[in-house]
Design a binder for this molecule. Structure first.
Ligand code: GLY
Length: 617
Protein backbone atom coordinates (compact mmCIF):
# COMPACT_ATOMS: atom_id res chain seq x y z
CA UNK A 1 0.00 0.00 0.00
CA UNK A 2 1.46 3.43 -0.85
CA UNK A 3 2.06 6.17 1.69
CA UNK A 4 -1.00 8.22 0.81
CA UNK A 5 -3.23 5.20 0.99
CA UNK A 6 -1.64 4.34 4.35
CA UNK A 7 -2.19 7.87 5.52
CA UNK A 8 -5.81 7.91 4.43
CA UNK A 9 -6.46 4.54 6.04
CA UNK A 10 -4.80 5.69 9.23
CA UNK A 11 -6.85 8.85 9.25
CA UNK A 12 -10.12 7.05 8.67
CA UNK A 13 -9.55 4.06 10.98
CA UNK A 14 -7.63 5.63 13.83
CA UNK A 15 -9.70 8.76 13.93
CA UNK A 16 -13.06 7.10 13.47
CA UNK A 17 -12.32 5.30 16.71
CA UNK A 18 -12.26 8.59 18.57
CA UNK A 19 -15.08 8.87 21.04
CA UNK A 20 -14.59 12.60 21.50
CA UNK A 21 -17.23 14.51 19.63
CA UNK A 22 -16.75 18.01 18.39
CA UNK A 23 -17.90 21.08 20.19
CA UNK A 24 -17.54 23.12 17.01
CA UNK A 25 -19.11 22.21 13.66
CA UNK A 26 -17.30 19.77 11.41
CA UNK A 27 -15.41 20.61 8.30
CA UNK A 28 -16.92 18.82 5.32
CA UNK A 29 -15.70 18.15 1.78
CA UNK A 30 -17.86 16.76 -1.04
CA UNK A 31 -15.85 15.78 -4.12
CA UNK A 32 -16.34 13.55 -7.15
CA UNK A 33 -13.34 11.33 -6.31
CA UNK A 34 -12.46 9.77 -2.93
CA UNK A 35 -8.72 10.41 -3.15
CA UNK A 36 -9.29 14.09 -3.89
CA UNK A 37 -11.79 14.24 -1.02
CA UNK A 38 -9.12 12.68 1.24
CA UNK A 39 -6.65 15.34 0.11
CA UNK A 40 -9.13 18.00 1.21
CA UNK A 41 -9.81 16.21 4.50
CA UNK A 42 -6.08 16.17 5.19
CA UNK A 43 -5.94 19.95 4.92
CA UNK A 44 -8.99 20.26 7.18
CA UNK A 45 -7.30 18.01 9.72
CA UNK A 46 -4.20 20.20 9.52
CA UNK A 47 -6.27 23.26 10.45
CA UNK A 48 -6.77 24.53 6.92
CA UNK A 49 -9.78 26.63 6.07
CA UNK A 50 -12.19 26.09 3.15
CA UNK A 51 -9.91 27.96 0.75
CA UNK A 52 -6.89 25.81 1.67
CA UNK A 53 -9.01 22.70 1.25
CA UNK A 54 -10.28 23.86 -2.14
CA UNK A 55 -6.70 24.28 -3.31
CA UNK A 56 -5.74 20.78 -2.16
CA UNK A 57 -8.81 19.23 -3.77
CA UNK A 58 -8.25 21.00 -7.07
CA UNK A 59 -4.62 19.89 -7.29
CA UNK A 60 -5.52 16.32 -6.32
CA UNK A 61 -8.29 16.22 -8.93
CA UNK A 62 -5.67 17.09 -11.55
CA UNK A 63 -4.02 13.77 -10.63
CA UNK A 64 -6.98 11.43 -10.14
CA UNK A 65 -9.57 13.02 -12.49
CA UNK A 66 -7.17 14.51 -15.08
CA UNK A 67 -9.70 14.27 -17.89
CA UNK A 68 -11.91 16.91 -16.23
CA UNK A 69 -9.85 19.69 -14.68
CA UNK A 70 -6.37 20.73 -13.66
CA UNK A 71 -3.56 23.23 -13.85
CA UNK A 72 -3.91 23.33 -17.64
CA UNK A 73 -7.45 24.76 -17.27
CA UNK A 74 -9.53 27.23 -15.29
CA UNK A 75 -12.60 27.62 -13.12
CA UNK A 76 -14.80 29.63 -10.82
CA UNK A 77 -14.23 29.49 -7.06
CA UNK A 78 -17.27 30.93 -5.26
CA UNK A 79 -16.28 31.82 -1.70
CA UNK A 80 -18.32 32.87 1.33
CA UNK A 81 -16.31 34.20 4.28
CA UNK A 82 -18.10 33.70 7.59
CA UNK A 83 -16.29 36.45 9.49
CA UNK A 84 -17.08 39.29 7.12
CA UNK A 85 -20.22 37.76 5.55
CA UNK A 86 -18.73 38.48 2.10
CA UNK A 87 -19.43 36.37 -0.96
CA UNK A 88 -17.31 36.67 -4.11
CA UNK A 89 -15.80 34.66 -6.94
CA UNK A 90 -12.20 34.05 -7.91
CA UNK A 91 -12.53 33.79 -11.69
CA UNK A 92 -9.61 31.83 -13.15
CA UNK A 93 -11.31 31.25 -16.48
CA UNK A 94 -8.89 30.78 -19.39
CA UNK A 95 -8.37 33.80 -21.63
CA UNK A 96 -7.77 34.13 -25.35
CA UNK A 97 -4.17 35.03 -26.23
CA UNK A 98 -3.33 38.52 -27.49
CA UNK A 99 -3.01 37.23 -31.05
CA UNK A 100 -6.42 35.50 -31.09
CA UNK A 101 -8.87 36.70 -33.74
CA UNK A 102 -12.61 36.35 -34.32
CA UNK A 103 -12.13 34.25 -37.45
CA UNK A 104 -9.45 31.91 -36.16
CA UNK A 105 -11.78 28.88 -36.00
CA UNK A 106 -13.11 29.70 -39.49
CA UNK A 107 -10.07 30.75 -41.51
CA UNK A 108 -11.83 30.07 -44.83
CA UNK A 109 -15.20 31.43 -43.73
CA UNK A 110 -16.37 27.97 -42.66
CA UNK A 111 -16.08 26.63 -39.11
CA UNK A 112 -13.31 24.08 -38.66
CA UNK A 113 -14.51 20.56 -37.94
CA UNK A 114 -14.88 20.45 -34.14
CA UNK A 115 -12.88 17.23 -33.63
CA UNK A 116 -9.90 18.83 -35.38
CA UNK A 117 -10.11 22.36 -33.99
CA UNK A 118 -10.71 21.14 -30.45
CA UNK A 119 -7.64 18.85 -30.43
CA UNK A 120 -5.22 21.38 -31.86
CA UNK A 121 -3.23 24.01 -30.02
CA UNK A 122 -5.48 26.74 -31.41
CA UNK A 123 -8.15 25.75 -28.88
CA UNK A 124 -5.91 26.22 -25.84
CA UNK A 125 -6.75 29.22 -23.67
CA UNK A 126 -4.23 30.78 -21.30
CA UNK A 127 -4.67 28.58 -18.20
CA UNK A 128 -5.88 30.22 -14.98
CA UNK A 129 -6.05 27.56 -12.29
CA UNK A 130 -2.59 28.01 -10.74
CA UNK A 131 -2.93 31.81 -10.59
CA UNK A 132 -6.51 31.54 -9.30
CA UNK A 133 -5.74 29.08 -6.53
CA UNK A 134 -2.62 30.97 -5.50
CA UNK A 135 -4.52 34.28 -5.40
CA UNK A 136 -7.26 32.76 -3.24
CA UNK A 137 -4.72 31.20 -0.88
CA UNK A 138 -2.66 34.33 -0.46
CA UNK A 139 -5.69 36.51 0.22
CA UNK A 140 -7.96 34.22 2.19
CA UNK A 141 -6.17 30.97 2.99
CA UNK A 142 -4.23 29.89 6.07
CA UNK A 143 -1.81 27.54 4.35
CA UNK A 144 1.03 27.87 1.92
CA UNK A 145 0.67 26.81 -1.70
CA UNK A 146 3.20 24.02 -1.05
CA UNK A 147 1.06 22.58 1.78
CA UNK A 148 -1.94 22.37 -0.51
CA UNK A 149 0.08 20.70 -3.26
CA UNK A 150 1.54 18.01 -1.00
CA UNK A 151 -1.31 15.46 -1.25
CA UNK A 152 -1.45 15.82 -5.05
CA UNK A 153 2.31 15.35 -5.33
CA UNK A 154 2.06 12.13 -3.30
CA UNK A 155 -0.81 10.86 -5.43
CA UNK A 156 1.06 11.60 -8.64
CA UNK A 157 4.34 10.16 -7.41
CA UNK A 158 3.12 7.05 -5.64
CA UNK A 159 0.08 6.41 -7.78
CA UNK A 160 -3.57 5.47 -7.29
CA UNK A 161 -6.01 2.95 -8.69
CA UNK A 162 -7.86 3.99 -11.85
CA UNK A 163 -11.56 4.17 -11.01
CA UNK A 164 -14.46 3.14 -13.23
CA UNK A 165 -15.03 6.66 -14.55
CA UNK A 166 -11.45 7.32 -15.56
CA UNK A 167 -11.28 3.89 -17.17
CA UNK A 168 -14.52 4.56 -19.05
CA UNK A 169 -13.29 7.96 -20.23
CA UNK A 170 -10.07 6.39 -21.52
CA UNK A 171 -12.00 3.59 -23.26
CA UNK A 172 -14.53 6.04 -24.78
CA UNK A 173 -12.14 8.86 -25.50
CA UNK A 174 -13.23 9.61 -29.07
CA UNK A 175 -9.53 9.27 -29.90
CA UNK A 176 -8.51 12.14 -27.60
CA UNK A 177 -5.97 10.17 -25.55
CA UNK A 178 -4.48 8.74 -28.72
CA UNK A 179 -3.75 11.79 -30.88
CA UNK A 180 -0.79 13.23 -29.00
CA UNK A 181 1.90 10.72 -27.95
CA UNK A 182 2.61 12.11 -24.46
CA UNK A 183 -1.06 11.66 -23.53
CA UNK A 184 -1.17 8.15 -24.95
CA UNK A 185 1.98 7.24 -23.00
CA UNK A 186 0.25 8.08 -19.70
CA UNK A 187 -3.23 6.69 -20.28
CA UNK A 188 -2.48 3.95 -22.84
CA UNK A 189 0.96 2.68 -21.87
CA UNK A 190 2.26 0.31 -24.53
CA UNK A 191 -0.89 1.05 -26.53
CA UNK A 192 -3.14 -0.59 -23.92
CA UNK A 193 -5.83 1.62 -22.36
CA UNK A 194 -5.69 1.72 -18.56
CA UNK A 195 -8.55 -0.26 -17.04
CA UNK A 196 -10.40 0.03 -13.74
CA UNK A 197 -8.12 -1.08 -10.93
CA UNK A 198 -4.86 -0.42 -12.81
CA UNK A 199 -2.24 1.55 -10.93
CA UNK A 200 -1.42 4.98 -12.38
CA UNK A 201 1.73 6.90 -11.45
CA UNK A 202 2.46 10.29 -13.03
CA UNK A 203 6.11 11.19 -12.32
CA UNK A 204 6.18 14.11 -14.76
CA UNK A 205 3.11 15.64 -13.16
CA UNK A 206 4.64 15.10 -9.69
CA UNK A 207 7.77 16.93 -10.86
CA UNK A 208 5.67 19.84 -12.18
CA UNK A 209 3.66 20.15 -8.99
CA UNK A 210 6.86 20.04 -6.92
CA UNK A 211 8.28 22.82 -9.05
CA UNK A 212 5.20 24.99 -8.41
CA UNK A 213 5.37 24.10 -4.69
CA UNK A 214 9.01 25.17 -4.51
CA UNK A 215 8.90 28.28 -6.67
CA UNK A 216 5.31 29.49 -6.59
CA UNK A 217 2.96 30.27 -9.49
CA UNK A 218 5.65 32.02 -11.50
CA UNK A 219 7.18 28.60 -12.04
CA UNK A 220 4.07 27.93 -14.16
CA UNK A 221 3.64 31.31 -15.85
CA UNK A 222 7.30 32.09 -16.60
CA UNK A 223 10.50 30.27 -17.40
CA UNK A 224 10.98 26.73 -18.67
CA UNK A 225 7.46 25.48 -17.91
CA UNK A 226 5.90 28.47 -19.66
CA UNK A 227 8.15 27.82 -22.65
CA UNK A 228 7.04 24.18 -22.71
CA UNK A 229 3.36 25.24 -22.64
CA UNK A 230 3.86 27.67 -25.52
CA UNK A 231 5.66 25.00 -27.54
CA UNK A 232 3.05 22.33 -26.78
CA UNK A 233 0.16 24.52 -27.97
CA UNK A 234 1.86 24.90 -31.32
CA UNK A 235 0.79 21.33 -31.98
CA UNK A 236 -1.68 21.13 -34.85
CA UNK A 237 -3.66 18.43 -36.57
CA UNK A 238 -2.18 17.64 -39.97
CA UNK A 239 -5.52 18.40 -41.66
CA UNK A 240 -5.41 21.98 -40.31
CA UNK A 241 -1.75 22.75 -40.88
CA UNK A 242 -0.60 26.18 -39.67
CA UNK A 243 -4.21 27.25 -39.00
CA UNK A 244 -4.40 24.80 -36.10
CA UNK A 245 -1.39 26.14 -34.22
CA UNK A 246 -2.02 27.94 -30.95
CA UNK A 247 -1.32 31.65 -30.66
CA UNK A 248 -0.33 31.85 -27.01
CA UNK A 249 3.00 33.52 -26.23
CA UNK A 250 5.18 33.76 -23.14
CA UNK A 251 3.80 37.27 -22.72
CA UNK A 252 0.21 35.93 -22.55
CA UNK A 253 1.21 33.53 -19.78
CA UNK A 254 3.17 36.13 -17.84
CA UNK A 255 0.26 38.58 -18.11
CA UNK A 256 -2.54 36.20 -17.06
CA UNK A 257 -4.73 37.74 -14.35
CA UNK A 258 -7.64 36.39 -12.38
CA UNK A 259 -10.77 38.49 -11.83
CA UNK A 260 -12.44 38.83 -8.44
CA UNK A 261 -16.16 39.14 -9.12
CA UNK A 262 -19.31 39.97 -7.23
CA UNK A 263 -21.80 37.11 -7.36
CA UNK A 264 -25.08 37.41 -9.19
CA UNK A 265 -27.76 37.57 -6.50
CA UNK A 266 -31.32 36.38 -7.01
CA UNK A 267 -34.33 35.33 -4.92
CA UNK A 268 -36.67 32.38 -5.23
CA UNK A 269 -39.65 31.75 -2.92
CA UNK A 270 -37.94 33.43 0.04
CA UNK A 271 -34.49 31.92 -0.51
CA UNK A 272 -31.49 33.85 -1.80
CA UNK A 273 -29.10 32.48 -4.38
CA UNK A 274 -25.58 33.68 -5.16
CA UNK A 275 -24.41 32.46 -8.55
CA UNK A 276 -21.88 33.02 -11.28
CA UNK A 277 -22.20 36.17 -13.44
CA UNK A 278 -20.69 36.52 -16.95
CA UNK A 279 -18.40 35.29 -18.40
CA UNK A 280 -20.58 32.39 -17.32
CA UNK A 281 -24.15 32.00 -18.43
CA UNK A 282 -24.62 29.77 -15.35
CA UNK A 283 -26.09 32.27 -12.89
CA UNK A 284 -28.11 34.41 -15.31
CA UNK A 285 -29.78 31.55 -17.15
CA UNK A 286 -30.57 29.73 -13.92
CA UNK A 287 -32.09 32.84 -12.32
CA UNK A 288 -34.16 33.56 -15.42
CA UNK A 289 -35.61 30.05 -15.20
CA UNK A 290 -36.31 30.28 -11.49
CA UNK A 291 -38.07 33.62 -11.80
CA UNK A 292 -40.26 32.29 -14.60
CA UNK A 293 -41.02 29.14 -12.58
CA UNK A 294 -42.01 31.14 -9.51
CA UNK A 295 -45.45 31.70 -11.03
CA UNK A 296 -46.15 27.94 -11.05
CA UNK A 297 -46.94 26.15 -7.74
CA UNK A 298 -44.39 23.43 -8.50
CA UNK A 299 -44.55 21.86 -5.05
CA UNK A 300 -48.34 21.59 -4.85
CA UNK A 301 -49.56 18.12 -5.73
CA UNK A 302 -53.17 19.19 -4.99
CA UNK A 303 -52.98 21.49 -8.01
CA UNK A 304 -51.48 18.76 -10.19
CA UNK A 305 -47.86 19.79 -9.67
CA UNK A 306 -45.26 18.04 -7.47
CA UNK A 307 -42.05 16.22 -8.42
CA UNK A 308 -42.21 14.50 -11.80
CA UNK A 309 -45.81 15.46 -12.59
CA UNK A 310 -46.48 16.38 -16.24
CA UNK A 311 -47.43 19.93 -15.22
CA UNK A 312 -44.15 20.44 -13.38
CA UNK A 313 -42.06 18.88 -16.15
CA UNK A 314 -43.87 20.88 -18.83
CA UNK A 315 -43.17 24.15 -16.98
CA UNK A 316 -39.51 23.19 -16.52
CA UNK A 317 -39.07 22.30 -20.19
CA UNK A 318 -40.65 25.52 -21.40
CA UNK A 319 -38.62 27.84 -19.15
CA UNK A 320 -35.46 26.01 -20.18
CA UNK A 321 -36.33 26.61 -23.83
CA UNK A 322 -36.99 30.31 -23.23
CA UNK A 323 -33.88 30.92 -21.12
CA UNK A 324 -31.57 29.00 -23.45
CA UNK A 325 -32.93 31.02 -26.41
CA UNK A 326 -31.83 34.18 -24.56
CA UNK A 327 -28.51 32.67 -23.49
CA UNK A 328 -27.35 31.96 -27.00
CA UNK A 329 -28.00 35.53 -28.11
CA UNK A 330 -27.20 37.71 -25.14
CA UNK A 331 -24.54 36.17 -22.92
CA UNK A 332 -20.76 36.38 -23.31
CA UNK A 333 -17.82 37.90 -21.47
CA UNK A 334 -19.27 41.05 -19.95
CA UNK A 335 -15.77 42.52 -19.64
CA UNK A 336 -15.60 42.61 -23.45
CA UNK A 337 -19.21 43.23 -24.56
CA UNK A 338 -21.99 44.47 -22.30
CA UNK A 339 -24.50 41.79 -21.33
CA UNK A 340 -27.97 43.24 -20.55
CA UNK A 341 -28.16 41.50 -17.17
CA UNK A 342 -30.64 43.95 -15.71
CA UNK A 343 -33.07 43.50 -18.60
CA UNK A 344 -32.72 39.72 -18.70
CA UNK A 345 -33.73 39.52 -15.03
CA UNK A 346 -36.31 42.30 -15.00
CA UNK A 347 -39.64 41.03 -13.60
CA UNK A 348 -41.67 42.62 -16.43
CA UNK A 349 -39.41 41.15 -19.10
CA UNK A 350 -39.61 37.70 -17.51
CA UNK A 351 -43.40 38.01 -17.10
CA UNK A 352 -43.64 38.71 -20.84
CA UNK A 353 -41.45 35.71 -21.61
CA UNK A 354 -43.29 33.36 -19.24
CA UNK A 355 -46.61 34.42 -20.81
CA UNK A 356 -45.51 32.51 -23.92
CA UNK A 357 -45.93 29.24 -22.02
CA UNK A 358 -49.22 27.48 -22.75
CA UNK A 359 -50.70 24.92 -20.39
CA UNK A 360 -52.07 22.61 -23.06
CA UNK A 361 -49.29 22.44 -25.63
CA UNK A 362 -45.60 22.83 -26.32
CA UNK A 363 -44.94 26.38 -27.54
CA UNK A 364 -43.47 26.98 -30.98
CA UNK A 365 -39.68 27.24 -30.93
CA UNK A 366 -39.07 30.54 -29.11
CA UNK A 367 -36.71 33.20 -30.36
CA UNK A 368 -34.57 35.16 -27.95
CA UNK A 369 -36.47 38.02 -26.36
CA UNK A 370 -35.49 41.68 -26.38
CA UNK A 371 -34.55 42.70 -22.83
CA UNK A 372 -33.10 46.09 -23.86
CA UNK A 373 -36.19 48.18 -23.00
CA UNK A 374 -35.70 46.97 -19.42
CA UNK A 375 -31.94 47.53 -19.37
CA UNK A 376 -30.07 50.75 -18.74
CA UNK A 377 -26.72 49.36 -19.94
CA UNK A 378 -25.45 50.06 -23.43
CA UNK A 379 -25.92 46.56 -24.77
CA UNK A 380 -26.95 46.23 -28.39
CA UNK A 381 -28.65 43.32 -30.04
CA UNK A 382 -26.26 40.55 -30.99
CA UNK A 383 -27.11 37.85 -33.46
CA UNK A 384 -27.57 34.29 -32.29
CA UNK A 385 -24.25 32.59 -31.80
CA UNK A 386 -23.50 28.93 -31.65
CA UNK A 387 -21.00 26.95 -29.68
CA UNK A 388 -20.43 23.68 -31.48
CA UNK A 389 -20.25 21.19 -28.64
CA UNK A 390 -20.27 21.41 -24.87
CA UNK A 391 -18.67 18.51 -23.09
CA UNK A 392 -20.31 16.50 -20.31
CA UNK A 393 -17.13 16.85 -18.30
CA UNK A 394 -15.71 19.45 -15.89
CA UNK A 395 -15.93 18.89 -12.13
CA UNK A 396 -17.52 20.45 -9.08
CA UNK A 397 -16.73 20.25 -5.37
CA UNK A 398 -18.05 21.95 -2.27
CA UNK A 399 -16.49 22.64 1.13
CA UNK A 400 -17.50 24.07 4.47
CA UNK A 401 -14.95 24.49 7.25
CA UNK A 402 -15.51 24.56 10.99
CA UNK A 403 -15.56 28.35 10.98
CA UNK A 404 -18.42 28.40 8.48
CA UNK A 405 -16.42 29.52 5.44
CA UNK A 406 -17.87 27.93 2.31
CA UNK A 407 -16.42 27.22 -1.13
CA UNK A 408 -18.41 26.12 -4.19
CA UNK A 409 -15.87 25.48 -6.97
CA UNK A 410 -16.49 24.35 -10.56
CA UNK A 411 -13.41 23.83 -12.72
CA UNK A 412 -12.61 22.45 -16.11
CA UNK A 413 -10.26 21.85 -19.01
CA UNK A 414 -13.42 22.06 -21.19
CA UNK A 415 -13.94 18.85 -23.20
CA UNK A 416 -13.18 15.47 -21.63
CA UNK A 417 -9.36 15.30 -21.99
CA UNK A 418 -9.28 18.99 -22.99
CA UNK A 419 -7.22 19.48 -26.13
CA UNK A 420 -5.69 16.02 -25.66
CA UNK A 421 -2.27 17.74 -25.57
CA UNK A 422 -0.07 16.85 -22.59
CA UNK A 423 2.80 19.28 -22.07
CA UNK A 424 5.83 17.10 -22.88
CA UNK A 425 7.91 16.34 -19.80
CA UNK A 426 5.42 18.05 -17.47
CA UNK A 427 2.57 15.55 -17.45
CA UNK A 428 -0.57 17.72 -17.50
CA UNK A 429 -3.24 18.28 -20.11
CA UNK A 430 -3.92 21.60 -21.76
CA UNK A 431 -7.52 22.83 -22.02
CA UNK A 432 -9.48 23.45 -25.20
CA UNK A 433 -11.58 26.18 -23.60
CA UNK A 434 -11.44 28.50 -26.60
CA UNK A 435 -13.95 26.18 -28.29
CA UNK A 436 -16.53 27.69 -25.90
CA UNK A 437 -16.34 30.77 -28.17
CA UNK A 438 -18.34 31.03 -31.39
CA UNK A 439 -16.53 29.23 -34.17
CA UNK A 440 -18.07 31.66 -36.69
CA UNK A 441 -17.78 35.36 -35.83
CA UNK A 442 -21.15 37.09 -35.40
CA UNK A 443 -20.11 40.74 -34.90
CA UNK A 444 -21.67 42.98 -37.53
CA UNK A 445 -21.07 46.72 -37.66
CA UNK A 446 -24.09 47.22 -39.92
CA UNK A 447 -26.50 45.85 -37.32
CA UNK A 448 -24.49 46.97 -34.31
CA UNK A 449 -23.96 43.37 -33.26
CA UNK A 450 -21.03 43.32 -30.78
CA UNK A 451 -20.41 39.56 -31.10
CA UNK A 452 -20.95 38.80 -27.40
CA UNK A 453 -19.19 35.45 -27.57
CA UNK A 454 -16.88 35.94 -30.56
CA UNK A 455 -13.16 35.33 -30.05
CA UNK A 456 -11.25 38.46 -29.08
CA UNK A 457 -7.77 38.95 -27.64
CA UNK A 458 -7.72 38.50 -23.83
CA UNK A 459 -11.45 37.68 -23.71
CA UNK A 460 -12.89 34.78 -21.68
CA UNK A 461 -15.13 32.34 -23.55
CA UNK A 462 -18.73 32.02 -22.37
CA UNK A 463 -19.10 29.32 -19.74
CA UNK A 464 -22.03 27.35 -18.35
CA UNK A 465 -20.40 26.67 -15.03
CA UNK A 466 -22.75 27.47 -12.18
CA UNK A 467 -21.26 27.14 -8.70
CA UNK A 468 -24.12 28.06 -6.39
CA UNK A 469 -24.64 29.19 -2.81
CA UNK A 470 -28.09 29.10 -1.25
CA UNK A 471 -28.87 31.45 1.63
CA UNK A 472 -31.70 31.60 4.15
CA UNK A 473 -32.14 34.67 6.32
CA UNK A 474 -28.80 35.98 5.10
CA UNK A 475 -26.88 32.85 6.10
CA UNK A 476 -25.42 30.22 3.74
CA UNK A 477 -27.28 26.91 3.98
CA UNK A 478 -25.97 24.99 0.95
CA UNK A 479 -23.23 25.05 -1.67
CA UNK A 480 -23.53 22.98 -4.82
CA UNK A 481 -22.78 22.81 -8.52
CA UNK A 482 -22.23 20.33 -11.34
CA UNK A 483 -20.20 19.49 -14.44
CA UNK A 484 -21.89 18.85 -17.77
CA UNK A 485 -21.46 21.67 -20.33
CA UNK A 486 -24.73 23.49 -20.90
CA UNK A 487 -26.58 20.86 -18.83
CA UNK A 488 -24.74 22.21 -15.75
CA UNK A 489 -27.31 24.97 -15.48
CA UNK A 490 -30.19 22.52 -15.57
CA UNK A 491 -28.61 20.12 -13.06
CA UNK A 492 -28.28 23.01 -10.64
CA UNK A 493 -31.86 24.07 -11.40
CA UNK A 494 -33.22 20.55 -10.79
CA UNK A 495 -31.46 20.33 -7.43
CA UNK A 496 -32.69 23.79 -6.41
CA UNK A 497 -36.32 22.91 -7.22
CA UNK A 498 -35.98 19.58 -5.41
CA UNK A 499 -34.77 21.38 -2.28
CA UNK A 500 -37.15 24.33 -2.28
CA UNK A 501 -40.32 23.16 -4.04
CA UNK A 502 -40.23 19.43 -3.34
CA UNK A 503 -38.84 19.57 0.20
CA UNK A 504 -36.15 16.98 -0.41
CA UNK A 505 -33.00 16.53 1.63
CA UNK A 506 -29.84 17.45 -0.23
CA UNK A 507 -29.00 13.79 -0.84
CA UNK A 508 -32.50 13.10 -2.19
CA UNK A 509 -32.27 16.23 -4.33
CA UNK A 510 -29.02 14.98 -5.84
CA UNK A 511 -30.16 11.39 -6.34
CA UNK A 512 -33.48 12.28 -8.00
CA UNK A 513 -33.60 12.00 -11.80
CA UNK A 514 -32.96 15.23 -13.71
CA UNK A 515 -34.48 16.76 -16.77
CA UNK A 516 -32.62 19.01 -19.19
CA UNK A 517 -33.25 21.02 -22.35
CA UNK A 518 -30.40 23.18 -23.64
CA UNK A 519 -31.83 24.55 -26.89
CA UNK A 520 -34.94 26.53 -27.77
CA UNK A 521 -35.92 23.75 -30.17
CA UNK A 522 -36.43 21.71 -27.05
CA UNK A 523 -35.15 18.14 -27.33
CA UNK A 524 -35.81 16.75 -23.87
CA UNK A 525 -33.12 14.75 -22.06
CA UNK A 526 -34.09 13.01 -18.86
CA UNK A 527 -32.61 10.56 -16.42
CA UNK A 528 -33.57 7.08 -15.34
CA UNK A 529 -32.37 3.53 -15.50
CA UNK A 530 -30.30 3.59 -12.31
CA UNK A 531 -31.79 2.41 -9.04
CA UNK A 532 -30.77 5.41 -6.96
CA UNK A 533 -32.61 7.81 -9.30
CA UNK A 534 -35.83 8.05 -7.33
CA UNK A 535 -38.67 8.89 -7.68
CA UNK A 536 -38.75 7.97 -11.36
CA UNK A 537 -40.20 10.01 -14.19
CA UNK A 538 -43.08 7.63 -14.93
CA UNK A 539 -44.04 6.45 -18.39
CA UNK A 540 -47.53 7.96 -17.94
CA UNK A 541 -45.98 11.38 -17.26
CA UNK A 542 -43.72 10.98 -20.27
CA UNK A 543 -46.74 10.10 -22.42
CA UNK A 544 -48.49 13.28 -21.31
CA UNK A 545 -45.41 15.27 -22.33
CA UNK A 546 -45.45 13.52 -25.71
CA UNK A 547 -49.11 14.48 -26.17
CA UNK A 548 -48.24 18.10 -25.34
CA UNK A 549 -45.79 17.89 -28.24
CA UNK A 550 -42.44 17.54 -26.47
CA UNK A 551 -39.68 15.84 -28.41
CA UNK A 552 -36.76 13.59 -27.52
CA UNK A 553 -38.62 11.09 -25.38
CA UNK A 554 -39.03 8.35 -27.97
CA UNK A 555 -42.09 6.19 -28.61
CA UNK A 556 -45.35 6.45 -26.66
CA UNK A 557 -45.58 3.89 -23.88
CA UNK A 558 -41.81 3.50 -23.56
CA UNK A 559 -39.41 4.83 -20.95
CA UNK A 560 -37.53 7.60 -22.75
CA UNK A 561 -35.67 8.69 -19.62
CA UNK A 562 -32.43 6.73 -19.70
CA UNK A 563 -29.68 9.34 -19.53
CA UNK A 564 -27.19 10.40 -16.89
CA UNK A 565 -26.82 14.16 -16.44
CA UNK A 566 -24.27 16.01 -14.29
CA UNK A 567 -22.61 15.19 -10.97
CA UNK A 568 -23.56 17.40 -8.03
CA UNK A 569 -21.40 17.58 -4.91
CA UNK A 570 -22.81 19.64 -2.05
CA UNK A 571 -22.34 20.78 1.51
CA UNK A 572 -25.09 21.89 3.84
CA UNK A 573 -25.25 24.07 6.95
CA UNK A 574 -28.13 23.22 9.29
CA UNK A 575 -29.17 26.59 10.68
CA UNK A 576 -31.16 24.96 13.50
CA UNK A 577 -28.30 22.88 14.90
CA UNK A 578 -25.25 24.52 13.38
CA UNK A 579 -24.23 21.14 12.00
CA UNK A 580 -22.32 20.87 8.72
CA UNK A 581 -23.08 17.98 6.39
CA UNK A 582 -22.35 16.88 2.85
CA UNK A 583 -24.04 15.04 0.03
CA UNK A 584 -22.33 13.41 -2.92
CA UNK A 585 -23.41 12.20 -6.31
CA UNK A 586 -23.40 8.48 -7.14
CA UNK A 587 -23.28 9.38 -10.84
CA UNK A 588 -19.52 9.76 -10.30
CA UNK A 589 -17.61 8.42 -7.32
CA UNK A 590 -18.93 11.26 -5.19
CA UNK A 591 -17.47 11.21 -1.70
CA UNK A 592 -18.21 13.18 1.44
CA UNK A 593 -15.63 13.33 4.20
CA UNK A 594 -16.39 15.04 7.45
CA UNK A 595 -13.56 16.12 9.72
CA UNK A 596 -14.58 16.55 13.31
CA UNK A 597 -12.60 18.86 15.57
CA UNK A 598 -12.43 19.03 19.35
CA UNK A 599 -13.24 22.58 20.18
CA UNK A 600 -10.93 24.92 18.41
CA UNK A 601 -8.09 22.41 18.23
CA UNK A 602 -7.73 19.94 15.45
CA UNK A 603 -5.47 17.08 16.40
CA UNK A 604 -5.44 13.32 16.55
CA UNK A 605 -8.97 13.31 17.90
CA UNK A 606 -10.12 14.45 14.50
CA UNK A 607 -12.48 11.87 13.09
CA UNK A 608 -13.57 11.28 9.57
CA UNK A 609 -16.94 9.90 8.61
CA UNK A 610 -17.56 8.62 5.12
CA UNK A 611 -21.20 9.46 4.63
CA UNK A 612 -23.69 8.15 2.18
CA UNK A 613 -26.93 9.91 3.07
CA UNK A 614 -27.19 13.41 4.45
CA UNK A 615 -29.95 15.94 4.42
CA UNK A 616 -30.55 19.62 4.08
CA UNK A 617 -32.63 21.16 6.83
N1 GLY B 1 -16.18 24.36 -20.52
C1 GLY B 1 -17.29 24.17 -19.67
C2 GLY B 1 -17.94 25.44 -19.30
O1 GLY B 1 -17.25 26.40 -19.06
O2 GLY B 1 -19.14 25.53 -19.27
Amino acid sequence: MNRLAHYTRWLVLCLLSSSVLAASPDGVVAVSHPAAAAAGARLLAQGGNAIDVAAAVQFALNVVEPQSSGIGGGGFMLIHLAKTNETFIVDSRERAPAQASADMFAPDGLPMPFPLGSTSGLAVGVPGTVRGVDTALRRWGNKKLADTLAPAIELAERGFRVNRLLAADIANDGGRTQIHPETAAIFRPGGVPLAEGDWLMQPDLAKTLKRIAAKGPDAFYRGQLARAIVKAQQRTRSELGEAGKGRMTLFDLAQYQVAIREPLIGHYRGWTLAGMPPPSSGGLTMLQMLKMLERFPLGDAAQGYGFGSPKTLHAMIEVMRLAFADRVVWIGDDDAATVPQQGLLHPDYLAMRAALIQADRRMETPQAGDPLPWDSSTAVRPKPSRTLQESPHTTHFSIVDRWGNVVSYTSTIEFTWGSGITVPGYGFLLNNELTDFNFLPSADAATGNPGANDVEPHKRPRSSMAPMLLFKDGKPVAAYGSPGGATIINSVLNVTLNLIDHGMSMQQAIDAPRLSVTHAAGKVSCEGGQDFMQPRFGIAAQDTLRVLGHVGLGEAGTDGCQETIGSVQAVVVDLATGEHRGAADPRREGTVIRVKSRGAKIDATTSIHLQSKQSIP
